[in-house]
Design a protein around this ligand. Structure first.
Ligand SMILES: NC(=O)c1ccc[n+]([C@@H]2O[C@H](COP(=O)([O-])OP(=O)(O)OC[C@H]3O[C@@H](n4cnc5c(N)ncnc54)[C@H](OP(=O)(O)O)[C@@H]3O)[C@@H](O)[C@H]2O)c1
Length: 310
């Protein structure tokens, strides 16, 4: 198939492009920067330079590539201050709203068979009541904290637009927390360094449940969705959702760091804002049963315990 990847140079895109190429697909990879075209060519993609927020550039790029499938992996997360999630996600929110709409319009104009888009299973996307591990049938959080409302609205916009596109097979992949090469949880990168330096404390009871996914496994699931996914939502997470009180000390130990400091919830809230406190104490994990069954996919790293150590 001809596959157009928006976000081809990012943490997931760099894993995804070579896998699609290896599977025999003709890949067109989008970037804003001329300077990244050589990297895309090296990964095996035809480089396409366009700004995802410019509808004409997107329409032209997609029309030229004539893809069978579009994959939307656009984000602009960068480094995050948990106290200012709304500010730090402003551009990502635009990519999830305007960016999605531009790609869908461009895809409809050329009649793509599938449209696969990145969404979120982690970081408090699901409701914070009921069971610790959510399936795709469970509701997204109906009452996100104030600083996360914009993020939630953008996610809902993306999912509604993709699943509602009746002219194509609209597929939403809700990824867990990425770790592995190129992510914020890789050797020397922000989050692991914070844990190593005891700057990532265990807040309150640490009951927030996180679902992780190695970025290579996320890419494998995405290839499966590109090839035979059907309209709907899939959680793409590992087999081992775990509360912060469990994974944070375990990751610190893996890094050879001292145990994380413990702080009461109100102190965590002062330092990391309400969004940060919620992530440490209230969020829920996700089940990968549907993706395993319907995409015939298995994460090679079934647990963050071995995956992060590796
Ligand atoms: N589920 C998760 O845990 C999750 C999800 C997403 C990101 N993250 C993490 O967040 C960290 C930072 O990620 P990031 O958001 O900076 O992503 P990234 O991994 O650098 O990827 C962003 C992609 O979006 C493209 N992009 C952004 N704005 C664009 C625009 N206006 N037009 C065209 N392309 C555009 C970028 O292309 P160019 O820069 O080449 O133009 C790039 O390919 C990474 O460590 C990643 O692991 C985690």
């Amino acid at each position: 198939m001809r596959v157009f990847v928006a976000g081809a140079t990012g943490a997931i895109g760099r894993q995804l492009v070579p896998r699609l190429v290896d599977a025999g697909h003709a890949v067109h990879g989008m970037t804003r920067s001329e300077s990244k075209t050589a990297m895309l060519a090296e990964l095996g993609a035809v480089p396409v330079v366009a700004d995802a927020l410019d509808p004409e550039q997107v329409a032209e790029a997609v029309a030229r590539a004539r893809p069978d499938v579009i994959v939307h992996q656009l984000t602009a997360i960068g480094s995050i201050d948990m106290r200012h999630m709304d500010r730090d996600f402003a551009l990502t929110n635009r990519l999830r709203t305007e960016g999605t709409d531009h790609l869908l319009s461009a895809g409809q104009a050329v009649g793509v068979q599938r449209f696969v888009a990145q969404s979120v299973a982690a970081y408090g996307a699901y409701e914070r009541t009921g069971g610790a591990v959510k399936t795709e049938e469970d509701p997204l959080d109906p009452t996100p904290v104030r600083k996360m409302r914009g993020i939630h609205n953008a996610i809902r916009h993306l999912e509604t637009a993709v699943l509602g596109a009746e002219w194509t097979e609209g597929i939403v992949l809700r990824y867990g927390v990425f770790y592995g090469p190129g992510t914020a949880m890789s050797r020397g990168a922000d989050q692991l360094e914070m844990i190593r330096n005891r700057k990532f404390p265990l807040v309150g009871d640490g009951a927030g449940v996180w679902s992780f996914i190695h970025v290579a496994d996320a890419a494998d699931a995405t290839v499966a969705a590109v090839e035979h996914g059907t309209r709907g939502v899939y959680n793409v997470v590992d087999d081992d959702p775990a509360p912060v009180a469990e994974w944070l000390p375990a990751v610190a130990e893996t890094l050879g760091a001292k145990k994380p400091m413990r702080v009461p919830r109100f102190v965590g809230r002062l330092a990391a804002g309400e969004a940060g406190a919620v992530m440490m104490t209230e969020v829920r994990g996700a089940s990968n049963a549907k993706a395993k069954q319907e995409l015939a996919w298995r994460p090679a790293h079934s647990s963050w315990r071995q995956g992060l150590a590796a």
